[in-house]
Design a protein around this ligand. Sequence first.
Ligand SMILES: NC(=O)CC[C@H](N)C(=O)O
Length: 304
Amino acid sequence: MAAKLQRVLDEISQQMRASTDWGEVASYIPELGEVRPDQFAISVATADGGLFSAGDFQTRFSAQSITKVFTLAIALGRAGDQLWHRVGREPSGTAFNSIVQLEHEQGRPRNPFVNAGAIVTTDEVLAGREPREALAEFLGFVRAAAEDDDIHINADVARSETAHGHRNAAHAHFLASFGNLKNPPEKVLGTYFHHCATEMTTQQLAKAGRFLIGTGSYPRMVSLDRVRRLNALMLTCGHYDGSGEFAYRVGLPAKSGVGGGILGVVPGQASIAVWSPGLNRNGNSKLGTEAMEQLAREMDWSVF
Ligand SMILES: NC(=O)CC[C@H](N)C(=O)O
């Protein structure tokens, strides 16, 4: 499989680089708006310890909402199934930052991957501690999963989002008004913006995602039972209102971020990280999605 996988990744990378439409980089976080759109990287970490890459796989990018998978894993570790009293498990059918449902459903976000849901899981991880302690736990988890200590938070990106984070602030205050935040909204938001600002290369992200494969020799961060649940949520909710389309086209559990990254999982086989900063209209990486679709087809990878 190794030779074929490397050939497929090289082909995909070449094809993506020849693209004339890279999509639009997110500009509502000004720091992300500075990123050059014509970049592409892909990495695959296999259950048997292989690591394959093509493109700009040494360039760090902002993981953004992909970090919600790690905060969810930590929050479930802390609260167990009690967490589900505070956040649901259904696809939202709305944009990642839509606020409409939250009022209608009385402050219980649809799922842990829309912003409101991730603000709740971040609140759970914070658990009365100082943000720097919660962030140390978060970074510790990601670094241990990736077996790489050279993973950091970009303070400029966190600052940039804080300065323009009115919509997320609205979410946090809304949650607080329904009694669904245990910590002060400003503390939760600061922690949320910082974990979103974690930077990784596709190689680091693919390695960090191995704990979702379910078998193989790498740090086992959560139980296999929980791995299945995390994958189910990634499949149904990982791409917001584009989740159905992504499941149809790619057929793998995956989580996107507005920095243009996608973390995908082939249960039992591999973890995939792809990055291209230009987004489609649902706020998911345009070429990243195309690359995942092609990889899944060529390798015959699907959960269906
Ligand atoms: N989709 C995303 O990646 C969104 C994450 C971003 N930090 C936000 O809250 O808007």
